[in-house]
Design a protein around this ligand. Sequence first.
Ligand code: G6D
Length: 344
Amino acid sequence: MNITKRQVVLDNKEITLYQLYNDKGMMVEAMNLGGIITKIMTEDKDGKFENVVLEWQDLNTYIENPGYFGAIIGRTAGRIHKAQVTIDNNIYTFPQNDNANNIHGGITGFDKKIWECEEIIDQEEVTLKLKCVSEDGEEGYPGQLDVVVYYKLNNSNEFTIRYEATTNKTTLVNLTQHTYFNLSGDAKRSIEKQEMFINSDKVCEIDHQAIPTGNLIDLSTDSIFNFKNKKLIGQDINKEHIQLTYAKGYDHPWLLNEGDLAAQLYDPISKRSMEIRTNQEAVVVYTMNHPNENKLTNGNSAPRRYAVCFETQAPPIGYNEVNKELSLLKPENKYYHETTFAFK
Ligand code: G6D
């Protein structure tokens, strides 16, 4: 168990990258900027360690960070319809940074903050503790929000993210992590040939701007969005379906069934597997439907479908403020979200 670190200057800010190692050689690298995860090094069937998350070649790309690569997302993951919400008869408005809607916490969301980091090493696991304060009124949200996120790596090759938050006024909180996974290692292959399982019987219908309409699609009659039996991500992704047309692929909140395993990703070539467990109601699975011309560490640009995000969260706030209640946090309560990515 060990933690190393290195300093760089990005955008005139002191940035520290922390490398968390377990005793099996697995390593997670994350920085104080946005809690951005740049590396998760895991071994393939031959014991070769490679990065299973997309990483920009030039660290300066993380300043703008198109696509929110690797970042903590907050105060609210996903979109808020019309960029406004009513809380206790008060209307709060947020920046309209995605059409006329709000996305991922606004202009300066948690992905852009410099988090205060603390390294914790003990026998069972290594932890990077990240803290930040979101001031009352920041990005339009009521209340001062005190946030702590724990990145924990143990010797079972489990990477757990725990989010805790408290507020002094009723507000919205719905945090997630926006890491782009590709189990081929160093983004060698598209994720369309990787198998996915999602423990869900209903997916939220979205409109052409990816806003939940409030309707749920019953997966017993919709095989294209049904991943109850694992299948290749690419099996149905190019078929005719209005929901695939709207999002240019998968970019939907799947409502999770009770049970231990929420989702799984498997690459038959490297034989890497990742199991996801969470206490959240939903997971937004996003199949990187837009290419990105910035260079990845393998020297190539990031073609579409070269990663998949598992953004565990409450379903986003859509038409008629549907799902709002799931993101409300009152001063007397504590927000608590825990998600584990277990690598086999
Ligand atoms: C697109 O709709 C998707 C979002 O879900 C994603 O988070 C973003 O790209 C990076 O807007």
